[in-house]
Design a protein around this ligand. Structure first.
Ligand code: GUN
Length: 295
């Protein structure tokens, strides 16, 4: 059973050691990679994601700075913080935690981030470069999923990968990256979503399933073939009075229901989550390297 589990924590620890080794020469030049964080509002899940990202920065030697704004912050106040980070030479990466309390502002705020500091890979310039297969900041969760599959001995090339979920942050960028002709891609891809007529028909044909639908039990045991590799991106809070916090985290996949059939599966928590954070660190270090090149 244990050898079926794709351990995101262990893979992250390995990658974070690689990053520490890249930070050393930067520090020798007097440069500490810096991440500027903006958190708007009090959403507890966003708060806890941001805390985890800042802790991870500290662990590898990235300086992080956080600015918090109240839920009622105006577009101008938010943009002022982004512009400040854009102009600050100590900041190599900018993270505006999403969702914003007013989601209608999100695209304007993302567009205001300097594409060269867009370590989330959400700016239209980086999204376009990604689609073209050009060098750019890759979005952290899709990149984390791809690194995890590669490093755990499950290359996607030639495989039929079924992605469930079409979000801007995970499903659609991931589906696109999987199609690129490079060492992380070259897969055959099906992208399923809430408009898909018969989800199980598609998932049963998958060599690899990536579940990113944001709903528990989206993929159950009867929907998968023997030997499938499953990456569960879902992080859903379900009420659980037996837990001190009153809830527990579950993915989008019925973990116990699929376990017997799968070749490998990521747990929730401890699967994709740590990899997402690691790829944010990766982009921040790369940004600092680019900014110091030639100095
Ligand atoms: N909200 C959920 N995932 C993410 C992410 O990867 N980056 C940001 N900025 N917000 C998120």
């Amino acid at each position: 059973m244990v050898d079926k589990i794709l351990d995101g924590k262990a893979l992250s620890a390995e990658m974070r050691e690689e990053l520490k080794a890249r930070i050393e020469p930067l520090q020798a030049k007097g440069v500490t990679p810096g991440l500027g964080v903006l958190l708007v509002g009090e959403d507890p899940a966003s708060r806890s994601y941001v805390t985890a990202k800042e802790k991870a920065c500290e662990q590898v030697g990235i300086h992080s700075q956080e600015i918090r704004l109240p839920e009622v912050a105006s577009r101008e106040e938010i943009l002022e913080v982004v512009h400040g980070y854009n102009q600050d030479p100590r900041i190599h990466g900018i993270l505006v935690q999403l969702p914003l309390p007013d989601t209608r502002m999100e695209q304007d705020v993302i567009a205001a981030i300097d594409p060269d500091k867009d370590v989330d890979g959400f700016h239209p310039v980086n999204v376009g470069r990604m689609l073209l297969g050009l060098p750019c900041f890759l979005p952290c969760t899709p990149h984390g999923v791809l690194q995890m599959l590669k490093r755990s001995g499950h290359p996607v090339a030639g495989q039929h990968v079924v992605v469930v979920g079409r979000s801007n942050i995970v499903g659609r960028p991931l589906a696109n990256l999987l199609t690129l002709k490079n060492e992380l891609g070259n897969a055959t891809v099906t992208l399923c979503h809430t408009g898909t007529r018969d989800l199980a028909f598609h998932t049963r044909q998958a060599d690899i399933i990536v579940a990113a639908a944001g709903r528990p039990n989206t993929v159950t045991g009867d929907m998968v073939k023997e030997g499938v590799v499953i990456v569960d991106v879902g992080v859903n809070r379900v009420e659980d009075a037996s837990r001190p916090r009153g809830y527990r985290l579950v993915g989008d996949v019925d973990f116990d229901g699929v376990l017997e059939k799968v070749g490998a599966i990521t747990p929730v928590p401890g699967g994709v989550g740590p990899m997402t954070i690691t790829m944010l660190l990766y982009n921040t270090v790369w940004s600092a390297e680019c900014a110091t090149r030639g100095t």
